[in-house]
Design a protein around this ligand. Structure first.
Ligand code: T1G
Length: 694
């Protein structure tokens, strides 16, 4: 039953019951209309209350239905809302928890609204590449005013009901449960005989609507270059301000029909569900008990250890921070303090909160102080000998059942686990620098990692605000293993005729936050240099452009040395093309007998992105990633892949795997063509006309 029906002394209470968020799928929409009809036909019913229960009024339309026949199946949401709006009996919405998207639109179709003060109120459709498609763009401006509605709709950011208490949107805003107050209001209005208010009849009062909308359009145009939805939101809001209601509804309906078919919206919805699906592990059900994490130990107070510690401190978890030397420990603590004080300067934290978080740290030089920790994360030097020393000591002092995690980004977690007598308690937690900022966390599942250990860390990741993706054990896990192929192609393109600024510009135009060479200069080119040296011993046939080594031999490690692929000026982080590096690249092409050629941006983008896709296909086939959307989430959350393109695997699906494979086969005939050996899974799917994200 998706809508329950009860009578409380003449007041019909319709309660949405479609957990977890009362999504307004077809069954719920039908249930609403049937319950409304029942209440209208029941002579003893004097007024009607629509409730969602305590947790959520409604999280909106059921996004899973979009681009399927159910989404258009009557009663559609506009039909449901129109039915409530023409009700002959007063209808009061009781809003607890949240009213988002279609949920808020449903409430806007009732006569009265009562909200709990902390309820989250919003129209987040724009974050899915859509606009409110059930009257939200027409009713919300009438209820909260043109400017507030424009901000809410174009940003998609919800606000607490208490902030809207003085607007016409709510007739009552109460602390605690809104249902009782809604039933009381229903009794009042039932006996008042007053004309039933309808939001659609209200006027939008603004002294200069056209001026405001013109200003908003300029701002939104600049901010939404790759996203069609925000400007469509403005078109509909403008119609609300300047046209009769029904004409405005038509503008909204046409815009919605267009946006729901856009690749951007499909990509954003893929990201929405992909992020949630990443937390679901096929062989670990909700019945797996979680270990309690009350106290965390972090080993290493360097950049990573400090950032990792802050994640737990921010979630209120005490951290015992261990270093080997007092000065290193002091430096680490000072850096954590500086980071928090910077946040306080930006108003993100109060001075008191800074002290509260710092007070949760127990600095120490002794492993003994880790004996009560429920989880210990090491962020020490990337050498097996160092890891072995750490895990041997942890094995001796950590309490039974403590989870032992390595922040390693390249080493074998199974080999690390074997340094202990408790491999079932060991896994990888690969944070990305800066660890207190980057959302992505690769959770590396060792062969012997226990199910409850993995489930506990995945739940903890959500608690500390990370987007966690499970990776199997391989060199580079998911993200770095793929970025290595991406970087190889970037280097080959330099040998063949491109320059760093052209490659970066092409990739940033495609939508990457930062091209490969600017990224190298930021992260430090010496990191890749060290990996290539190691790789040369392990995989001598894995070729790279020598240019990256040549600039490192010149000490051009990047921003940290004032020069890398680009030149930098003191105090200026802007990357300036370097005549010296460009000359070195051009000379190198000659040295290897390559005559440079003009390379199109399209080729640059195809080669770098398809290099990711091909390695992703291997990762998928090997089971390192359980599903293609996990790979997409790694790239959306951790590598600056453009959100509106849905991630490398989703993007390849949207191009068509047939076309991806054809392009790869073209590149296989060129310089270093053996790098384009297609992954068998890619070939198999392309030939079957299938996609990665089934
Ligand atoms: N449709 C379908 N499933 C949804 C959903 C939705 N609207 N919202 C959440 N879920 C699923 C989610 O995938 C997860 O599933 C579970 O519910 C719990 O979600 C016509 C067109 C509501 C703030 O954009 O922001 O209305 O993984 O893990 O952290 O104008 O979900 O358990 O299988 O996120 O407590 C507009 C989207 C829709 C809100 C709750 N509404 N949802 O957060 O739980 S379009 C939205 C959220 C629309 C109309 C338009 C959050 C939440 P599973 P969760 P949470």
């Amino acid at each position: 039953m998706s809508v329950s029906y009860e009578i409380h002394d003449g007041i019909a209470v319709l309660t949405l019951a479609n957990p977890p968020v009362n999504g307004l799928g077809i069954a719920t929409r039908r249930g609403l209309v049937e319950s409304l009809t029942q209440a209208l036909d029941d002579a003893q019913v004097r007024a009607i209350v629509v409730s969602g229960g305590e947790r959520a009024f409604s999280g909106g339309a059921d996004i899973r239905e979009f681009n399927t026949p159910q989404a258009e199946q009557e009663p559609t949401l506009p039909t449901v809302i129109a039915a409530f709006e023409r009700s002959s009996k007063p209808v009061v919405a009781a809003i607890n928890g949240l009213a988002l998207g279609g949920g808020l639109e449903l409430a806007l179709g009732t006569n009265y609204r009562v909200a709990s003060s902390r309820a989250q109120i919003g129209l987040p459709e724009v974050k899915l590449g859509l606009l409110p498609g059930a009257g939200g763009t027409q009713r919300l401006p009438r209820a909260v005013g043109l400017e507030a509605a424009t901000n809410m709709i174009v940003s998609g950011t919800p606000v607490a009901a208490s902030l809207l208490a003085k607007t016409r949107l709510f007739d009552r805003v109460v602390d605690g449960d809104a249902l009782e107050a809604a039933i009381a209001l229903a009794r009042e209005v039932a006996s008042s005989g007053a004309k039933l208010p309808k939001v659609r009849d209200w006027k939008i009062k603004h002294e200069n609507a056209e001026g405001f909308l013109g200003f908003a359009r300029t701002a939104v145009t600049a901010a939404s270059v790759n996203y069609p939805a925000p400007l469509k939101c403005l078109d509909a809001i403008e119609a609300a301000a300047l046209k009769p209601f029904d004409q405005g509804m038509q503008v909204e309906r046409e815009a919605f029909a267009l946006l729901i078919q856009t690749p951007e919206s499909k990509a954003l919805r893929h990201g929405f569900f992909g992020e949630r699906a990443a937390g679901k592990i096929a062989d670990i059900g909700a019945d797996v008990p979680l270990r309690e994490i009350r106290r965390v130990g972090v080993i290493g107070a360097g950049t990573m250890g400090g950032g990792i510690s802050m994640n737990f401190l921010n979630a209120g978890l005490p951290v015992t921070l261990l270093e080997t030397k007092q000065d290193a420990l002091d430096r680490g603590l000072a850096t954590i303090r500086k980071n928090y004080e910077n946040s306080a300067k930006k108003g993100k934290l109060t001075a008191e909160q800074v002290e509260q978080r710092l007070a949760l740290i127990t600095p120490t030089l002794s492993y003994e102080d880790l004996k009560d920790a429920d989880l210990i994360v090491e962020a020490v030097f990337e050498e097996y000998s160092v890891k072995q020393a750490v895990f041997t000591q942890l094995d001796a002092v950590a309490k039974p059942g403590a989870i032992l995690a390595s922040n390693t980004s390249t080493l074998d977690v199974d080999r690390i686990a074997a340094f202990t007598a408790r491999p079932q308690d060991v896994l990888g937690m690969h944070f990305f620098s800066p660890a207190n900022v980057m959302k992505l966390l690769e959770v590396v599942r060792g062969k012997q990692t226990a199910k409850d250990v993995l489930a506990t860390v995945m739940a903890l990741a959500k608690k500390i605000g990370k987007t966690a993706v499970v990776s199997g054990v391989c060199d580079g896990f998911i993200g770095n293993r793929m970025i290595e192929q991406y970087s190889r192609q970037a280097g080959f393109l330099l040998d063949e005729g491109a320059l760093p600024q052209q490659v970066d510009r092409a990739m940033e135009k495609f939508g990457f936050a930062m091209g490969p060479f600017r990224m190298g200069d930021l992260a430090g080119n010496d990191i890749g240099w060290a990996i290539r040296k190691r790789r040369a011993l392990e995989k001598p046939d894995l070729t790279y452009s020598k240019t990256a080594d040549l600039i490192c031999e010149l000490g051009r490690y990047g921003q940290k040395t004032g020069a890398g692929w680009y030149d930098y000026k003191p105090g200026d982080r802007n990357a300036h093309p370097s005549a010296e590096v460009n000359a070195l690249i051009e000379k190198h092409s000659a040295d290897i007998g390559l005559s440079r050629r003009a390379i199109s941006d399209e080729e640059i983008v195809e080669r770098l992105v398809y290099a990711l896709v091909n390695e992703g296909a291997h990762i998928l086939a090997e089971g390192i990633a359980a599903k293609a959307s996990d790979i997409d989430i790694v790239y959306l959350a951790g590598y600056g892949f453009p959100i509106w393109r849905g991630g490398p695997m989703f993007y390849a699906d949207s191009v068509g795997l047939y076309n991806v494979l054809a392009a790869m086969r073209r590149y296989a005939k060129g310089h270093e063509g053996k790098a384009w050996e297609p992954a068998p899974l890619l070939v198999q799917l392309a030939e079957a006309g299938q996609s990665f994200n089934r």
